[in-house]
Design a protein around this ligand. Structure first.
Ligand code: FES
Length: 273
């Protein structure tokens, strides 16, 4: 088959290639990426849902000489929070899992992320599954109607994500506290929370909206040197947004799992320094 043949075979939305019964003329394993996306995102959704509903084992505190809180439960601001986790803002009336209360913030950011949209539209919605593969649906209204029009809120969810990134950085700093075990120190749990805070911050800064926020709508960078510097900082990270989206997602789940295993007594958090 030549390139000329491919050009002569237009894609019909929701249908087959003209003159054939195939959805695509591609012979490579184009289905691998959508399949991997389905498997990874499903695994994450199942694990995180279980974790936030479990309402326990999300904090390793003074009794274990540590100050480690799961990112799924931070900030813990409800009346049902475990002792030692609660900040000054307490919603006393909220008595179910505090993880459910804060879930909406990070979830709204990831769900409306431009990269994740592409990933789950392709994999779950088959719209289209891959380049050169016919769409799984016969009609396409884009993001012009409810509920997909809500994707346009992404620019606002970025500010929410920024708050969560700062909170995760504070949690990572607090994790250097080893109460009753030398005061300040370093444990594997500290490194886990530092890795999580770093990756979450990089993912947030690499957001397409962040790059636009830094350097968009300007006629001349020369008149806005600070915004130009911020834009220069965000641009190379933006080029790695896809990788940061995946790595930060995996690490936030691993951070929760690590703290859950330590808190439930499966193993102790090893002290390094
Ligand atoms: S585009 Fe992915 S987080 Fe903004």
């Amino acid at each position: 088959m030549t390139v000329g043949d491919l050009k002569a075979a237009p894609v019909n939305l929701g249908g087959v290639r003209a003159g054939t019964n195939q959805r695509t003329l591609r012979r490579d394993a184009w289905w691998r990426n959508p399949l991997a996306t389905v498997l990874f995102l499903t695994a994450f959704v199942v694990y995180s849902t279980w974790a936030v509903f479990q309402n326990g084992y999300y904090y390793v505190g003074t009794a274990a000489h540590r100050d480690l809180i799961s990112p799924f439960y931070s900030p813990c601001i409800t009346g049902s929070c475990l002792p030692g986790t609660t900040g000054s803002l307490v919603l006393h009336w909220w008595m179910i899992s505090p993880g459910i209360l804060i879930l909406g913030g990070p979830l709204s950011f990831r769900l409306t992320c431009y990269y994740y949209r592409k990933a789950y539209y392709r994999s779950f919605w088959q719209s289209p599954p891959a380049c050169g593969v016919a769409d799984g649906h016969s009609a396409y209204s884009g993001e012009t109607r409810f509920p997909l029009i809500l994707q346009n809120l992404h620019r606002y969810t970025w500010f929410i994500a920024l708050i969560f990134a700062v909170i995760n950085v504070i949690d990572a700093i607090m994790a250097f506290r080893l109460p009753g075990d030398g005061g300040i120190g370093l444990s594997v749990g500290t490194l886990v929370l530092c890795a999580n805070a770093t990756l979450l911050s990089l993912y947030t800064i690499s957001c397409h909206y962040c790059r636009h926020f830094c350097g968009g709508n300007l006629r001349r960078f020369s008149k806005h040197p600070i915004r130009y510097r911020l834009w220069k900082l965000a641009t190379p990270l933006n080029a790695r947004h896809m990788e940061l989206a995946w790595v930060s997602l995996v690490v936030v789940a691993l951070a929760d799992l690590y703290i859950r295993l330590v808190a439930s007594g499966v193993f102790n958090d090893p002290k390094i320094l």
